[in-house]
Every structure is written in C-alpha cells, then in structure tokens.
Design a protein around this ligand. Structure first.
Ligand SMILES: NC(=O)c1ccc[n+]([C@@H]2O[C@H](COP(=O)([O-])OP(=O)(O)OC[C@H]3O[C@@H](n4cnc5c(N)ncnc54)[C@H](OP(=O)(O)O)[C@@H]3O)[C@@H](O)[C@H]2O)c1
Length: 177
C-alpha cells in the first residue's frame, strides 16, 4: 500500500508557522547552501499526490509564484463547499474514509503537506506512515504547532539511517509512525 509521508519543516520549538501563518523564517537567506535542497527534489520523485488543509492551501496561493505542484493530484480539505480548480480537488466530507481509499489505490506515495490540524486528523486516524521533519535552528516562541492540540499521544520510531545534520544547522529526522 502507498505510504502517507509528512514532509515538513518546524522551528526547534515545534512550530510550522508564525501565529498569522507566515513562514518567512524558513526562507532566510542565511540558511542557503549552494546546490543543496535538503532532499526535496528526491522526495518529490517518490510521490504523485498531495494533501493539504485549507489554511495551508490559502498560504500556498499567497506565494508570489504559480501553483507549485501542478503535476500532482492535489487534494485540499475544507468543511465548507469549495470550487475545484485546475490543480486542486476539494474534499469536504468523510476525510478519513476518503484518505483510506486513496491509500488503497495504486500509485506513488502521498505527501501530507500539512498543516497542523490536518496532521492531527491523520495521526489520530492511524493514516500517517512516516514523518520527515526538518528542524530549523530557531525558536519562534509562538505559532501554529506541527500537530494541533487535537492530536493524541503517539509514539514514533526513529529510522536511524535516514537522519541528516546540515552545516547550516538544519537537522532532518525521519520517523515511522
Ligand atoms: N513549515 C512548513 O513546512 C509548513 C508546511 C505546511 C503548512 N505550514 C503552515 O501551516 C499553517 C496552517 O496550519 P493549520 O493547522 O492552521 O491549518 P491546516 O491544517 O492547513 O488547515 C486547517 C483547515 O483544514 C480544514 N479541515 C481541518 N479538519 C478537517 C476535516 N476533518 N474535514 C474537512 N476539512 C478539515 C478546515 O478548513 P475550512 O476552514 O475551510 O473548513 C480547517 O480550517 C499555514 O500557515 C502554513 O503556512 C507550514
């Protein structure tokens, strides 16, 4: 069965965005390492589908660039009625059933983009297979957490061969759920 992988970056204190959703701190030029994308391109080759909460989708739309995942099947979850777009299919009802069926379909792995609310729904439903988490060496103090407070306690297993410390201080760890 295809896996669902949360590939995401968080501050050292566990936030994925500032309280207003801003992720400017992720793109600070001082973190740039020439010819290094922290495994992003290689990861994209393993997936053909993305999952996003509507808040994350709205942030993505706010980037000053074309929709970044035009070649994937993109699903956005919202409790209200939304109009599908050229690149995105909205899912309103029975999120867990929908994702269970998606996992059973043939295909590459599925990228759970986030954010924290959607991450908790999938974790609680036992639908999340792996987490590739890049810790950014910054304390934000406040913000949107990696898992919203609806998340239940859940032990993770470190995959020891898949961890990397980059010279800019990024620490990338891979867990199986
Ligand atoms: N650091 C990173 O790498 C990274 C990665 C991804 C996201 N982010 C950040 O994370 C932030 C958003 O995270 P978030 O936790 O606030 O929100 P989120 O998980 O992205 O989206 C929450 C929304 O998803 C919908 N939703 C949640 N549960 C649902 C359910 N059971 N059924 C149907 N729809 C459901 C609702 O949309 P409606 O309100 O429309 O009903 C809800 O408001 C953004 O600022 C984004 O930039 C950061």
């Amino acid at each position: 069965m295809r896996k669902i992988i949360l590939y995401i970056a968080a501050s050292t204190d566990g936030y994925i965005a500032r309280p207003d959703g801003n992720i400017d701190w992720l793109h600070d030029k001082k973190y740039t390492i020439p010819d290094e994308d922290f495994g992003y391109t290689a990861f994209l080759q393993t997936i053909d589908t993305t999952l996003m909460g509507n808040s994350t989708y709205k942030q993505v739309l706010g980037f000053d660039m074309p929709f970044p995942y035009p070649d994937f099947q993109n699903y956005v979850f919202s409790r209200s009625e939304q109009q599908d777009t050229e690149h995105v299919t909205f899912v309103k009802d029975k999120l867990v059933d929908f994702i269970e069926q998606l996992k059973e379909q043939p295909g590459k792995d599925i990228w759970l983009i986030g954010g924290g609310q959607l991450n908790s729904v999938l974790l609680n439903a036992g639908l999340l297979d792996e987490i590739i988490l890049t810790y950014i060496p910054i304390v934000l103090g406040r913000g949107i957490p990696l898992f919203s407070e609806e998340a239940n306690e859940h032990k993770l297993k470190l995959i020891p061969t898949e961890n990397k410390l980059y010279r800019n201080g990024f620490l990338q760890v891979r867990y199986s759920c």
